[in-house]
Design a protein around this ligand. Structure first.
Ligand code: FMN
Length: 182
């Protein structure tokens, strides 16, 4: 058990707002939540929107403007109970499966030794892409736990697998991982 701290990453998906919903649920469970947004996530939600829920600064730049902390990709991953990425894009899954670290969120992933939960969200054709499937397999063998995706209506107007799991269900998986249940 660490300090009841969770690091939440939000990537550039139409379902990014559900990452903010998860932050709210985690706060209600008593967790301090630090948030990282990718540059693409900023096209969907704002730092202010997430900060209003977490009550803490939100980060989106590797080379931070925060005074006193030049290495947020390290400090944000210190003593956390869990690192959860909701939603996780095909791009983020691909980067992390291949050890790339060219922004704050992927650098934090490389620096993290806490359990990691990723909740993918994408169009069904993207989800069915063999490169995405291979990347998921790589991450699973390295211990990443995947929450979903589920089948249902998608932002692109179609239906199928690729829909982000509901925040309440992701929360339950996060708590199971933290408390060591199967
Ligand atoms: C409107 C819109 C919605 C998108 N939704 C998704 C999505 O749900 N899943 C996904 O993998 N990519 C989605 N993308 C593509 C990503 O935003 C793009 O791959 C981006 O580079 C991801 O960057 P990031 O992984 O750094 O956040 C979407 C793009 C647009 C324009």
């Amino acid at each position: 058990m660490n300090d009841n701290r969770i690091l939440l990453g939000i990537t550039g998906s139409a379902a990014a707002f559900k990452g903010v919903m998860l932050a709210s649920l985690l706060r209600k469970e008593g967790y301090e939540v630090d948030g990282i947004l990718t540059q693409a996530a900023l096209q969907f939600i704002s730092e202010t929107q997430l900060a209003c829920v977490t009550g803490r600064p939100v980060y989106s730049s590797l080379f931070t403007k925060q005074p006193g902390d030049p290495v947020p990709h390290i400090t944000l991953t210190d003593s956390i109970d869990l690192f959860v990425i909701v939603p996780a894009t095909a791009d983020f899954i691909g980067k992390t499966a291949n050890g790339l670290a060219d922004d704050l969120l992927s650098s934090a992933f490389i620096a993290c030794d806490a359990p990691v939960v990723m909740a993918p969200s994408m169009n069904t054709r993207m989800w069915n892409n063999s490169a995405v499937a291979a990347n998921i397999k790589i991450l699973e063998t390295r211990g990443v736990i995947f929450a979903g995706p589920v089948s249902g209506p998608l932002a692109c107007g179609t239906e199928g697998r690729g829909r982000l799991m509901e925040p309440q269900n992701i929360l339950e998986i996060c708590l199971d991982v933290i408390f060591g249940e199967d």
